[in-house]
Design a binder for this molecule. Structure first.
Ligand SMILES: [Mn+2]
Length: 377
């Protein structure tokens, strides 16, 4: 593949080298990437509706006129393939032109429509193609963060925490869930975030028992919990945090489950280190919650990797029996107890696996006393 004058970015070169080693191992001529975070990871280009074809020697990015200027600035080393036809047609024509036959794609992200379209166009062009679904190719590379990525995620955590502290002081009964969400997004963006990492979960009162609740116009009320799960998207990387706070008096059950969840959060964080089994870390938290009598009210896994996507590898889950943590991975630790009709508590921190153990990237307080005093109401 013809290369433009290269401006080498060492981080991107290292990622490409790792991907190419894997391509050789799998005997692939090329890897087709269609998931925007994957493309950005190996090119620096952050546009959407695009595809990247990584070969042994170069990278071609298939995109349209909306993104050509951005591509030349953010990924000067990539070759532009201007898409005038449909994506599948342009990719097939490019594969034929470069005489690439055995192509791997990321099965969890490429759509059936795109892959099927490339196959059919390949037949029409009389270019025999073998499109092979790969699982955990980019996903596995992206799980271990390099130094630049770690610094960026630290910044994404910092922006989210500063925004939270600004907002929580003025949050009081009468304000709606939606207004809290909007204020958090405003404060994160004012501090350099491109957006929220995901739509913040602001769950007032009994809504807090719904782990992935979507905020509406419900006003916050006195003597109730408020669960806030939020994060910042900062320079293409995401943070993910949860705190549960209280207005006025705290009912005895909620106070009790707060202490249990906090204990589970702290014990699981202590268990994070290289070589630790993902299932075992989940079990550390689950045992504490189960022993307190709330095992069936902790339905989700303990945590997940974060990075360019909000949910990445590895997963801290009972199904991950053979998987162990590696230095450079960043995971959430987010135990919760959810009591329908009463409310829920979740406490979530972001934790870096270091060669010697772990480093908790989040630094917000989480003591029960803090949780009952931090709001403005
Ligand atoms: Mn999370």
């Amino acid at each position: 593949m013809k290369q433009a004058a290269r401006t080498k970015n060492p981080a991107i070169e290292a990622r490409l080298a790792a991907l190419r080693a894997e391509m050789r191992r799998r005997k692939l001529d090329a890897v087709l990437l269609t998931h925007a975070p994957d493309i950005c990871h190996v090119t620096g280009f952050g546009g959407h509706d695009s595809a990247a074809i990584v070969t042994a020697r170069g990278v071609a990015v298939v995109t349209d006129s909306r993104y050509t200027e951005e591509l030349s600035e953010s990924a000067p080393q990539a070759k532009l393939v201007l898409r005038k036809l449909g994506m599948a047609d342009t990719v097939a024509v490019t594969l034929k032109r470069l005489n690439l036959r055995r192509i791997g794609f990321e099965a969890d992200f490429a759509t059936f429509g795109t892959i099927d379209g490339i196959r059919r166009q390949g037949r029409r062009l009389k270019h025999p193609l073998r499109l092979e679904p790969n699982q955990g190719l980019m996903v596995r590379f992206r799980a271990v963060k390099d130094e630049i990525e770690i610094q960026t995620i630290r910044a994404a955590v910092d922006v989210a925490e500063k925004a939270f502290l600004k907002v929580i002081r003025v949050v009081r009964p009468g304000m709606t869930e939606g207004e809290v969400a909007g204020r958090l997004i405003l404060e994160m963006r004012s501090r350099g975030a491109t957006d929220a990492a995901f739509q913040p979960i602001i769950a007032a009162g009994a809504h807090s028992s719904l782990p992935h609740y979507r905020p509406d116009h419900t006003p916050l009320a006195d003597n109730q919990p408020l669960l806030i799960d939020w994060g910042a998207l900062y320079q293409n990387y995401r943070s993910d945090l949860t705190r549960t706070v209280f207005f006025g008096k705290v009912n005895r059950t909620l106070a009790r489950i707060y202490e249990v969840v906090l204990e589970a959060n702290q014990a699981a964080i202590e268990a994070v280190r290289p070589g630790a089994n993902c299932k075992d870390i989940d079990a550390v938290a689950r045992k504490i919650i189960t022993r307190a009598g709330y095992g069936k009210h902790f339905g989700h896994g303990l945590g997940h990797g974060i990075g360019r996507d909000i949910h990445e590898e590895p997963r801290l889950h009972k199904s991950r029996v053979k998987e162990v943590l590696l230095p450079g991975q960043i995971v959430t630790i987010e135990p919760g107890i959810y009591l329908p009709g009463i409310g829920g508590v979740r406490i979530e921190d972001d934790v870096l696996v270091t060669p010697g153990g772990h480093d908790v990237l989040s630094s917000l307080d989480k003591s029960f006393q803090w949780a009952t005093q931090v709001t403005g109401g």
